[in-house]
Unconditional design. Structure first.
Length: 225
């Protein structure tokens, strides 16, 4: 739509504090955002094995991860990096994004509750001594897009999209957020169509009136019997 390449990213963590807790997996979906909707193009995921030394694991979060099946879901991720190879993991992510943005006018990075995801990602890049391939100005919150386009609360739109996959698995969550954006665009288009109906009716009525208006020579003379 704007010549930029779009990416939806999601992470799973061992807590809620970026500089304190681990990121255990990253999922990212490349997609095209058009007037008609959001179309997935490619995807990538990797898992980070913690060293239990560099950062901490919040007890409450770890209990939630176990009950929600996060740990089990992450076992199925084929691409695995150990925490000591964090630099290699983030370099791989940078290269994956860069390879898919050649020729594009820019990058837009999306996330659901983006302050959380990008807060952690920024922390990881600092620890690894790397710069992300995107700039801070490229970050967008998908919730804002959804609520603006659909003119409805995020939760309302989200309920209209069936979740496919495993909840709280980073890649499946990223896929789902792209579908929620697509639904928001669909609702936006439907609303626009409804708003155009009265205008179309007025135009049609005006055209019909012009077509039935008598020719100037056909008008009866003033005072004629």
């Amino acid at each position: 739509m704007n010549g930029k390449m779009n990416f939806m990213i999601d992470i799973e963590t061992t807590g809620t504090v970026p500089d304190k807790h681990y990121v255990t997996s990253v999922g990212i979906v490349q997609f095209e955002l058009t007037e008609e909707g959001a179309v997935p193009i490619d995807e990538f995921e990797f898992r980070l094995e913690t060293d239990r030394v560099s950062r901490l694991c919040d007890a409450k979060t770890m209990k939630w991860r176990k009950s929600s099946g996060v740990d089990e879901a992450e076992e199925s991720i084929e691409q695995v990096f150990h925490w000591r190879n964090l630099t290699a993991a983030l370099a791989t992510l940078n290269n994956w994004i860069a390879d898919r943005t050649r020729g594009a006018r820019g990058i837009t990075m999306w996330a659901h509750h983006c302050q959380f995801d990008f807060g952690f990602l920024d922390s990881l890049y600092r620890e690894a001594g790397l710069e992300p391939v995107w700039g801070f100005w490229a970050v967008r919150d998908s919730d804002t897009f959804v609520e603006t386009a659909a003119r409805a609360a995020y939760k309302t739109v989200n309920k209209q999209v069936e979740f496919g996959g495993k909840a709280h698995k980073a890649l499946d969550d990223a896929r789902h957020q792209v579908l929620v954006m697509d639904k928001a665009r669909e609702l936006e288009q439907a609303r626009a169509e409804l708003l155009l109906v009265p205008l179309r009716d007025r135009i049609v009525g005006l055209e019909e009136a012009l077509q039935t208006k008598p020719e100037k020579g056909d008008e009866p003379a003033v005072g004629a019997n």
